[in-house]
Write a protein that binds this ligand. Sequence first.
Ligand code: ARG
Length: 270
Amino acid sequence: MLFIGILAVMNILMCAPKFFDIAYEINPWMHTDNPVNPSLASTQWEELYNTYTKKLGWKVSLIEPEDGLPDMVFTANGGLVYGQKVVLPTFRQPDRQPETAKFETWFKSHGYSELHKPRYDFEGEGDALFWNDVLFAGFPWRSDKPGHAEIADFLGVRTVSLQLTDPRFYHLDTALTIVNETTVAVYPQAFSKESLKAIQSIVPTVINATDEDAVAYGLNSASDGKRIVIPEGAKNLQEKYRSLGLDVFPVPISEFQKSGGGVKCLTLFL
Ligand code: ARG
């Protein structure tokens, strides 16, 4: 992250929804009989892209979409980046496994020098979020807990494993938002008691999202610490953020939620 004045310039990787579709069902949101409206998906993705680039001045890089890889649009699962180091994804579902090679090629051709392929299942930033120097890592739906130590070792960071308990919130980034250096938001019901306690004991301010916020994918948001981009349906969370003094940018994500994705899933922090 680069600080200009008081605002951070975020570097992001996105992938246009050219081949985005519900071609298989690998989470409770996906139903092949509830197809994506391609032109609406494209409009919504562009609104997110324009919010990042034009309204917030964030820098967005793009990876070429690939025919037959409909979920590549969810770049959060494309890896976990820490300086020049990248932990590549090892997708649990065979349908998404060919994405790894695409992201690997992108990272290699963009100057990332140390790439690591974990032995255990690991779905990138979807299941691993930095809060200051702590790496919160989710399990068990898509990433394996034993892999967290391997990632901690490779990156040289402290990892805190968090157990997700609700299959609707199967990636960590669907149940937890990094808001700023003192604050995170969570959907408490998506975590085991111990994991919720762990978050509360580490982070000074933990905002609890309502059921309504969580179901609107409100936890799947992207923040630079002062400004937050959030699915438009998560009204309560938006109000809470405003009362904390954050600038809030609601965006529509209906087409991506059909696939179990939202703002953060479409975003990989570089
Ligand atoms: N359909 C995708 C899947 O189930 C959605 C991925 C959402 N990504 C995320 N970072 N939560 O894998």
